[in-house]
Structures are given as C-alpha cells and as structure tokens.
Design a protein around this ligand. Structure first.
Ligand SMILES: Nc1ncnc2c1ncn2[C@@H]1O[C@H](COP(=O)(O)OP(=O)(O)OP(=O)(O)O)[C@@H](O)[C@H]1O
Ligand SMILES: [Mg+2]
Length: 119
C-alpha cells in the first residue's frame, strides 16, 4: 500500500474527489493548508522574477493550498498520478506536488481487519 499526499490548488479539489471516487478509494483525509514551493509564493510565471527571488533575500509568501491524503493499493498509484496530472497541471507554476510513502499496515478499528482489506 502507498499513501499519496497531494498538495493541490484549492480549485482542483472537486476534480481530485472525482478521481478518488472513480478508483473506489476507501477514504481520504483533507486539510486546508498554506504553502510555497520553489518560487517562495510568488505567483508569476516570469522567469526573471523567479531569478530575482533566488538572487536576493525575500520574504516567503504562503499561498492557500489543499492537502489530500489517501492510502491506496500499489496497483492504483500510477493511474491516480496520471489522472491528477491530467486535471491539475495548468502549465503555470504552483500546480502542486504528490508525495508518495510506503504504508506498512492498516487496521480498521471496528472489525480488526488488516492490510488492503482494511482500506
Ligand atoms: N519540498 C516541499 N516540501 C513540502 N511541501 C512542498 C514542497 N514543495 C512544494 N510543496 C507544497 O506544494 C505546494 C505547491 O508547490 P509548487 O507546485 O509551487 O512546487 P514547485 O516545486 O515550486 O513547482 P512549480 O515550479 O511547478 O511551481 C506548495 O505551496 C507547498 O504547500
Ligand atoms: Mg512553485
């Protein structure tokens, strides 16, 4: 099993929910978040502006993001990544990232089921 931690633009949330619903995920956890990537929260695509940020000390600006955590079977991972890229890649900086972690085991508290049966 893998956990996908997806940090996305808030306006893409409905698309992500649809993708996860379509793969019949067992559940998801969502957080509203603030964050920045390599541009330190500057929302321009202008490469010169980005270089300027890298060359001089600037104050980091945090932008609203949504963080979605979902644990899925290994075989679903690449399909989900493909779908998320299809819907969330806008060709502009700030589209977000997907962090992928191994999950050793899961327990459904109500029944005691373990592993993929507990997803
Ligand atoms: N290395 C990181 N660690 C933790 N969170 C990150 C990291 N990189 C990005 N994020 C989170 O993802 C959000 C979106 O990042 P973003 O898409 O701007 O990454 P980027 O590397 O700057 O890529 P791009 O050049 O396409 O903008 C950030 O606001 C932050 O919440
Ligand atoms: Mg960025």
């Amino acid at each position: 099993m893998k956990e996908l931690v997806m940090i996305i633009r808030p306006e893409k949330l409905e698309d992500i929910k649809k993708i996860l619903d379509d793969v019949n995920c067992g559940g998801m956890t969502l957080y509203t978040a603030m964050g920045c990537g390599t541009q330190k929260g500057v929302t321009t695509d202008d490469a010169n502006a980005v270089n300027e940020i890298k060359g001089f000390k600037t104050t980091i600006n945090l932008l609203p993001k949504v963080k979605v955590e979902v644990v899925v079977e290994d075989k679903e991972v690449e399909h989900i990544i493909e779908c998320v890229r299809e819907t969330c890649a806008t060709d502009h900086v700030g589209d977000g990232k997907i962090f992928i972690r191994d999950i050793e085991d899961v327990v459904r508290i109500r029944t005691g089921e373990r592993g993929t049966k507990a997803l």
